[in-house]
Design a protein around this ligand. Structure first.
Ligand SMILES: Cc1cc2nc3c(=O)[nH]c(=O)nc-3n(C[C@H](O)[C@H](O)[C@H](O)COP(=O)(O)O)c2cc1C
Length: 180
């Protein structure tokens, strides 16, 4: 049996799961699924993703210095799963998942317009953390489906119902909102 410490992340679930789009220096577009991702600064607006350095997303992000964090909706669960599969020379996960794309405003990777929101980012810095690398990105442009935002600009989570990753192939949809 594995030590509890090795499995600590299972005690920190569920986590918002993003479809991160990137582009290689040669112009090949890619998408991959990331749930170790969090806001880290209000001003300037910055977020961090923890990425395995063997991932194509990591190579793309650290060479092109740009990426987009797209926040999917409940109906995109299968696309989330597909985007988490291994990189394939023949066909990208964007094509395999049947994801629509459109050009972004400020960065080169493609934007996923079917998602609830998209955050265009430019790399600020990276920091090795054990077997992953934390990529910190500055959010340079945001997009959101207006119908999915409340008056404060919060995502209406009970409507968009973004899949939350528990672990492995398990996702949660715990959407009852309460104000304190
Ligand atoms: C729900 C889910 C969450 C994931 N979260 C992460 C993550 O936070 N960091 C990471 O390095 N890989 C994560 N992965 C694995 C990558 O999505 C996977 O390795 C993918 O094949 C990487 O593709 P790429 O090589 O094209 O970048 C996750 C996979 C799934 C299905």
């Amino acid at each position: 049996m594995k030590k509890l410490e090795e499995d600590f992340f299972r005690l920190m679930s569920p986590k918002l799961t993003a479809l991160v789009t990137t582009i290689s220096e040669k112009g090949r577009e890619d998408v991959a699924t990331f749930s170790w991702i969090t806001p880290v600064s209000f001003n300037p607006p910055m977020l961090a993703i923890s990425i395995g350095p063997d991932k194509h997303s990591y190579w793309n992000i650290t060479r092109v210095n740009e990426f987009i964090v797209n926040i999917p909706k409940e109906e995109q669960l299968n696309q989330i799963w597909q985007a988490g599969k291994k990189w394939d020379k023949e066909k990208s996960n964007i094509e395999k998942a049947g994801l629509k794309t459109r050009p972004a405003d400020k960065v080169k990777p493609p934007l996923l317009p079917e998602c609830a929101a998209s955050l265009e980012c430019m790399v600020e810095t990276t920091k090795k953390a054990g077997d992953h690398v934390i990529v910190i990105g500055k959010v340079v442009k945001t997009h959101a489906d207006e119908e999915l935002l409340d008056d404060n600009g919060n995502l209406k989570v009970d409507v968009a119902r973004p899949p939350l990753h528990v672990a492995d192939n398990l996702f949660a949809f715990p959407y009852v909102t309460k104000s304190v």
